[in-house]
Design a protein around this ligand. Structure first.
Ligand code: WTA
Length: 690
């Protein structure tokens, strides 16, 4: 294998910052044995699995996942890899996702809760949607989409909704008709949602009046005008807007609707009460949804996921890695607006017929005992959240899990590296040492979990996510495309050597970008039709120990992972440049005890600005919140006299990241303006104090 993968021009963006450079390194940890009970009850307790998913069994091994679904027509071919890296899975097959997630459970489980919505205000009762009730709601909404809006298979729908039950219902109604949904995280600004809507020329935009977050009502509808303005400016305003209400009898927003465009969901739904809409079978490779994510260049890109391969992969991994059974009450404390929520709050748990919890608010509201009260009350058996939430709950209420009767069998984490101390608290205090902890590594682009231990089969090692999931072949390549051997202690670029059914199909409207960003780095021969010549470049630095366990260090590109949410430095920087006084901007990650990373922003002003730096700082923060959202709020904005630059004029973010993190900046003598580095360092150190 060595030398097979060529890297043309060295690391993309080299000279710029690399998160792995500031990653925390820790020593190898002791193994922990999987809980004994899981060896008797887990879905995956048969070590024969390793053989069934061995490289020699590729790609047929993934039929085991496809077989978990109900197909209208069985596939003729498992994998069509004639045109790498554009793969087609379960070719010739057809199925409907809503039918798999709802209808097929009715015969045996119509009364079982499918979705339990837990409002943030603790006094407010849960909303329980049984599979029967979900079936009714999905059909009524599908009738609105089809009959009132005239949407047809392949049309795009942008859904800018927070964590409310209408969000999964809308996704499933789209899936029922073959509409392609694009959910935009509710915390993104109106403008961000509008640009995403226009990028895929959505015909319909779905929103709501408001929701609870952090003990307060958020006026969500206030975002709508800027969404529409942004979509119009991009040339693709949606034709119609569907507006849900958080409460049936009052509005949480003063925003007025435009009667020629906007439709009250309650009114439309009432007209279709009791409607029957049959699920429309879709070809396996029809797109199911788009999910926009930040990458190396400015604009967020729409990762397009397929119907059959995606659903098979997330269902298979939820069964094997999360060990979901139909009897489970499963709570993934994440947001449906991110890929984790799509795959493991909505699609996989419902495809498996389990009960999935949708929680409206923030974890520690009103206090850090909240998640454990909810888990005890609902009898949650499988739980998943981010390391940021774990660190927060541990810091605010380390003893709180002990006050409750918790019955967790599997505890999952996702989104960022988890420190061994936080891992151990999760294992000991939340799981009482009786639950398996699975640290799951994957990405928006990959659809589902790629690296993790298998709860009943693998020993756990805090800080390492584990080996490749069944059928997945992670490897570390160096800059020259040489494979770094397991156990060498050397880090490099994490790649996947073979495709899998959950891999995105393409980037919406920009297939070249799929090739450029994920495959160009290690592909030597663009004309090769052998998938072995197309390793998937994940954009993460990692190392693999002698036991085959992968340890993720962090991003190697211009992505800042804030509390498990991906933000592009370029997006933050272009937001800064909308402030007229700002001439140049650079965003770099600064390590944060709770959130992992936060963006630090440096701006240099146009000559002649006479106002105060505080004034500019406030405007920069506002600009970032307007164009991206509050999640991108910088840790600090530093107004600096000039940016450290190379002689060719490139801003050296690596140097700024060094200053922000109080680290060595490396050799700066070859810069065009080395003196500015000392000036900025002094400014930052002075302000932060000793
Ligand atoms: C990071 C989230 C360490 C990684 C599912 C990846 C992780 C990015 C882990 C994808 C993990 C995700 N350990 N790092 N278990 N899981 N990451 O697209 O840098 O929002 O590339 O998908 O999060 O973030 P995304």
């Amino acid at each position: 294998m060595a030398g097979r993968y060529a890297s043309p021009g060295g690391r993309e963006g080299s000279g710029d910052l690399s998160e792995s450079e500031i990653a925390v390194h820790w020593a190898e940890e002791e193994y922990l044995a999987p809980p004994a009970e899981l060896a008797r009850t887990a879905n995956l307790r048969d070590p024969g699995l390793l053989e069934r998913f061995a490289p020699s069994a590729f790609p047929g091994c993934f039929e085991e996942y496809a077989a978990l679904l109900t197909w209208r027509r069985r596939w003729d071919q498992v994998l069509d890899a004639q045109r790498p890296p554009f793969y087609r899975w379960f070719v010739g097959g057809s199925l409907n996702v809503a039918e798999n997630c709802v209808d097929r459970h009715l015969a045996t489980a119509a009364e079982r809760p499918a979705i339990v919505f837990v409002p943030e205000p603790e006094g407010e009762p849960d909303v329980v949607l049984t599979y029967g009730e979900l079936h009714r709601r999905v059909q009524e909404l599908a009738a609105v989409l089809r009959d009132d809006f005239g949407l047809v298979a392949g049309d795009r729908v942008t859904i800018h909704l927070p964590m409310v039950p209408e969000l999964p219902v809308t996704m499933l109604a789209c899936a029922r008709l073959g509409l392609v949904h694009s959910v935009v995280f509710g915390g993104f600004s109106g403008e961000a949602a509008g640009h995403r809507s226009a990028d895929c020329a959505s015909r319909l935009f779905v929103t709501t009046d408001g929701y609870w977050r952090g003990g307060r009502v958020v006026d969500h509808l206030a975002n709508l005008p800027s969404s529409m303005e942004a979509a119009r400016a991009d040339g693709h305003p949606p034709e119609r807007v569907l507006v849900f209400r958080r409460y049936p009898d009052r509005s949480l927003s003063a925003e007025r609707l435009d009667p020629s465009r906007d439709v009250e969901a309650s009114v439309a739904l009432a007209r279709h009460a009791g409607a029957r809409v049959e699920p429309r079978a879709q070809p396996s490779d029809a797109p199911l949804f788009l999910m926009y994510t930040s990458g190396t260049t400015g604009r967020p890109k729409g990762c397009q996921h397929a119907t059959g391969g995606y659903l098979a992969y997330v269902t298979g991994t939820a069964r094997s890695i999360l060990d979901l059974h139909p009897e489970d009450v499963y709570w993934c404390l994440a947001d449906i607006g991110w890929i984790t929520g799509h795959s493991y709050i909505v699609y996989a748990p419902l495809a498996l017929g389990a009960t999935t919890v949708v929680y409206e608010g923030v974890p520690a509201q009103p206090d850090p005992g909240r998640p454990w009260r909810v888990a005890e009350r609902l009898g949650v058996t499988v739980f998943q959240t981010s390391p940021t939430a774990i660190r927060l709950l541990r810091r605010l209420g380390p003893e709180r899990p002990r006050e409750h009767r918790l019955r967790f069998r599997v505890l999952a984490t996702v989104g960022e590296p988890i420190e061994p101390e936080a891992w151990r608290w999760y294992y000991r205090e939340v799981g009482r040492g009786r639950a398996a902890v699975v640290d799951t590594w994957w990405q928006t682009e990959t659809g589902g979990i790629l690296c993790s231990t298998k709860p009943a089969l693998d020993r756990m090692k805090p800080g390492s996510c584990g080996p490749g999931a069944p059928g997945i072949r992670p490897a570390i390549l160096d800059e020259d495309g040489q494979e770094v051997p397991h156990g060498s202690g050397r880090a490099g670029n994490l790649v996947l050597l073979a495709p899998w059914p959950g891999l995105m199909q393409t980037i919406w409207g920009d297939p070249d970008r799929l090739v450029r960003q994920y495959f160009a780095k290690y592909n030597r021969d663009r004309s090769s039709t052998d998938w072995r010549d197309w390793p998937y470049f994940a954009g993460d630095a990692a190392l693999i120990a002698a036991d085959g366990y992968v340890r993720i260090l962090g991003r190697v590109d211009d992505v800042i992972n804030v509390a498990g949410h991906r933000l592009g430095t370029k997006e933050i920087e272009s937001a800064c440049l909308t402030v007229p006084e700002v001439a140049e901007a650079a965003a770099v990650p600064v390590a944060d005890e709770l959130k992992g990373r936060l963006p630090d922003v440096y701006v240099a002003l146009r000559p002649g600005w006479a106002g105060s730096p505080q004034e500019v700082e406030a405007r920069v923060v506002r600009a970032i919140e307007t164009s991206i959202g509050k999640i991108a709020r910088p840790h600090r904005v530093w107004v600096v006299p000039d940016m450290p630059k190379t002689r060719s004029g490139k801003i050296l973010r690596r140097v700024l990241a060094g200053i922000s993190n109080h680290r060595d900046t490396g050799d700066v003598t070859t810069l065009a303006n080395p003196e500015v580095v000392a000036q900025i360092r002094e400014q930052v150190d002075r302000d932060r104090g000793p």
